[in-house]
Design a protein around this ligand. Structure first.
Ligand code: 6PG
Length: 468
């Protein structure tokens, strides 16, 4: 036998992707560093599918039709370099490696260069959708050369999730475009998760709602404009009972959020490229702060927070929270898309933002109804990377602002942290403000370091001896 596709890495994601590819009619050779995993997979999960196990990399490579197409779905970082290096002894000119882990985009650029010299084709492909997505249809974000994409395009289009706008896979762009876009996908993912978490906090602490009540509201929202995967899992989480205690599992989960790096890279990259993404960045900060559980516990005793006096109308507030969430989600996407746009210019990715929104409509973690609306905005305002320019956006934001103010005011009054909701509104304030106090920053810089400044009334670069 000669297999159509090779897949390396049989974690759950890898197993499911192999099953998905095989279900779509392709013969798949699989390999995993530890043999046992491969055997387990073949024994327990593989039935009729054309999936063939190999126990040495050499045999694995030799089992593939030429030009060989090998998908890596392994841990990002050095493991990817190690496997690529090993593969190089067996691959031939024109063979293709697709790295579908959450690799750092700079690593992908580096690997592309090295492999190009060796005439090996390479794609850095973002894949989103978790275990279920991998099995039944993920969102795929491949980037690299068009030539490499063409080689494996048919397979990718078949295994990807489908929506009324086609398969959730497109050629994202040159170089590391695929992994860049996946990174920003995750930055937005962190932000939406944190937005929902802040709304949940408001509901439980201020509106005194039970998990079941919150779940009901989330479920209702999920049938409206907020229809999205993260809303859906959140209402299911709200209702989930712990098998051991019989209570709500959520109430037993420690409030320390973990992370594997993609959200942090988004924040770091936004600073490197000089694109404002405060809401995405603060979503990472919120996870970092959550980590200091002991610290928070101690400090919470040192700083008792005085009780508020404002009474709130629960039903009205729920409506305000819904609009606030929509506002936050809009700002998160808006910031993320702007970041992709600037990166695309800087790195010559050639990304089509409307296509990105299209392939995020299905399969991925941030799939949401609002993407159709955002796509309309992007398509109607092609000259602007910033969503805020559109008339549709103006109308959308105007409709939400009063609610956001209400939520923030009450939140302050009850002393609960709403870090990223605040960031979203401050982003909006700052970006729509003609006069910022940055004139003072410039004056200070010039005062202490002769860093110079520009003037509003004439051209040129100026410096003042401030104490003369
Ligand atoms: C996806 C996800 C996935 C990511 C997890 C965990 O699109 O399927 O983004 O790729 O690894 O969400 O990320 P953190 O551990 O950083 O929260």
């Amino acid at each position: 036998i000669k297999a159509d596709i090779g897949l390396i890495g049989l974690g759950v994601m890898g197993q499911n992707l192999a099953l998905n590819i095989a279900r779509n009619g392709y013969a798949v050779s699989v390999f995993n560093k530890t043999e046992e995993k491969t055997r387990e997979f073949i024994d327990e999960k593989v039935k009729e599918e054309k999936i063939y196990p190999f126990y040495t990399l050499k045999d694995f490579v030799e089992s593939l039709k030429k030009p060989r197409k090998i998908i890596l779905i392994i841990k990002a970082g050095t493991p990817v370099d190690d496997v690529i290096n090993e593969l190089l002894s067996y691959l031939e000119k024109g063979d293709l490696i697709v790295d579908s882990g959450n690799s750092y985009f700079m690593d992908t650029s580096r690997r592309l260069k090295v492999l190009k010299e060796k005439n090996i084709l390479f794609l850095g492909m973002g894949i989103s959708g978790g275990e279920y997505g991998a099995l039944y249809g993920p969102s795929l974000m491949p980037g690299g050369t068009k030539e490499a994409y063409e080689l494996i395009k048919d397979v990718l289009l078949k295994v990807a999730a489908k929506t009324e706008d086609g398969p959730c896979c497109t050629y994202v762009g040159n170089d590391s475009a695929g992994h860049f876009v996946k990174m920003v996908h995750n930055g937005i993912e962190y932000a939406i998760m944190q937005l929902i978490a802040e709304v949940y906090d408001f509901m439980r602490k201020i509106l005194n709602m039970t998990n079941e009540e919150i779940g009901d509201v989330f479920e209702r929202w999920n049938q409206e404009e907020l229809d999205s995967y993260l809303m859906e899992i959140s209402y299911k989480i709200m209702r989930y009972k712990d098998k051991e205690t019989g209570g709500f599992l959520l109430d037993y989960i420690l409030d320390k959020a973990e992370q594997k790096g993609t959200g942090k890279w988004t924040a770091q990259t936004s600073l490197d490229l000089g694109v404002p993404t405060p809401t995405l960045n603060l979503a990472v900060e919120a996870r970092v702060i959550s980590h200091y559980k002991e610290e928070r516990k101690t400090l919470s005793k040192l700083y008792s927070k005085e009780k508020n006096t404002i009474s709130v109308n629960k039903e009205e507030m729920i409506e305000h929270l819904k609009k606030t969430l929509l506002f936050g989600v809009f700002m998160s996407f808006s910031q993320g898309l702007w970041l992709i746009y600037e990166a695309s210019k800087q790195y010559n990715y050639g990304v089509d933002l409307s296509e990105i929104l299209r392939i995020w409509k299905g399969g991925c973690i941030i799939r949401a109804k609002i993407l159709d609306f955002l796509r309309d905005i992007i398509r109607e305002n092609e000259e602007y990377a910033n969503l805020l320019h559109s008339d549709k956006s103006i109308e959308f934001i105007k409709d939400k602002l009063n609610s956001v103010y209400q939520v923030l005011e009450i939140g302050r009054n009850y002393r609960i942290p709403l870090m990223i909701i605040n960031s979203a509104v401050d982003y909006y304030f700052a970006l729509t403000e003609e006069n910022l106090p940055a004139n003072l920053i410039q004056a200070q810089r010039d005062f202490f370091g002769a860093h110079t400044y520009e003037r509003v009334d004439k051209e040129g670069i100026f410096h003042t001896e401030w104490e003369k």
